[in-house]
Structures are given as structure tokens and as C-alpha cells.
Design a binder for this molecule. Sequence first.
Ligand code: SF4
Length: 215
Amino acid sequence: MDAQEWIQLSALQHYAYCPRQFALIHIEQVWADNFFTAHGNLLHERVDSYESEQRGNTRYERSVAVLSQQLRIRGKLDLLEIEGKSSTQYFPVEYKRGKPKREDWDKIQLCAQALCLEEMRETSIEKGALWYWQVRKREPVLFDERLRAVTCNAIEGAHALLATGKTPMPTDKAKRCSACSLVDLCEPAAFRRDRSGAYVDTIFLELRESESNEN
Ligand code: SF4
């Protein structure tokens, strides 16, 4: 299997947020830090520096490498809580700098971690959690059928986009661009202007053609 066909778990969040962002980073290899990404990196460095430990019946493993051969995804999860000895229960936890979101972007990454663990350890994982630095809150996430389907769609979509090697047009959701670290490199406003310019050109072309047919 070609090593390039693997997708990083963190890249799924990029794809879910904006396929163009995914393509710019993972196809064109473009990257730019902004305050949010720099702060997120610092947070992860700090989380990664903690040691694994045993507390009571629970083992806390940090920076755990995981992969799924079937889905061709791999990466690291921040924290894995392993509870019990005879019947082991796994509980993945991912740290995020911001706050809980209505959209599934962060949940997709966490669910993909669970899919990797399920394949590697031949188990089933019911839930995990996202821990948000900004609000110091741990949000439980249920790996239900809906989230699993959304996650698998994102994995398939990311693989398909990677295979084309092409960067799609900017998202129509302009609000996302204002929080995107790639906004200066992506220039979504210029693309949108070009698109509306092309639309106006088409209208004038059609008008000119209908006028010349009438004459
Ligand atoms: S600036 Fe907007 S369109 Fe461009 S990559 Fe970011 S979110 Fe996507």
C-alpha cells in the first residue's frame, strides 16, 4: 500500500471544516500559523509532556499512536483512559484550545480515533470526550451511528480528494474563512469576485448572442 494514501487523523478535521483547507495543507503542502493554531500547538505540546500513569482502576496513556489499516488513517490521540482489568474499557480524550462547537469537526477526529482503536484492539468503544481549554470543559461524545457515518463519509471524501490531487474552490461559508489560518494564502474573496465576474460575463455574452440572432 502506498504510504501517501494514508491520511492523518488531524487532517480529517481540516477536511470537515473546509475541503479547500484540507487540499491546501495536504496536497499543496501550504501552511500558515495564526494565533489559534500556534496556541493549539502549545497546548498539545504541554499535554504530550505529561507521563502515563495509573490511578486506581484506570490507566492514563498519553500520546498514543493509532491506525486503521482498513480506513487508511493514522495519527496520535492525546489521552487514552483504560479502565478495568478483566473487561477493559477504552475512553479516548482529545484536547482542543477553543470551545464546544455545534458542527462535527472535532467529533469526527475523535470518532476516527475510536475507529482505529476498535480495529487495533478488537473491541467496541461507546464514547469518548473532547476537553476544551477556553472553557475548561470536558464534553462527552457518543460514538453513535450518525457520528460514525459522518466520520466514514469524511474519511472517504478526504481520500477521494487526495486522489484527485486538485484543490477545490473556496467554501461558500465565508464566516469560516475569518477564523482560517490560511485566509491570506487562499484568498477566498478574490475567488468569489472572479466567480461573480464570470457570471456577469456569461449574462452579457448571452445578451449579445440573442441580440445578434434578432438582427
Ligand atoms: S480561507 Fe476559507 S475557503 Fe480558504 S481554506 Fe480557509 S476556510 Fe477554506
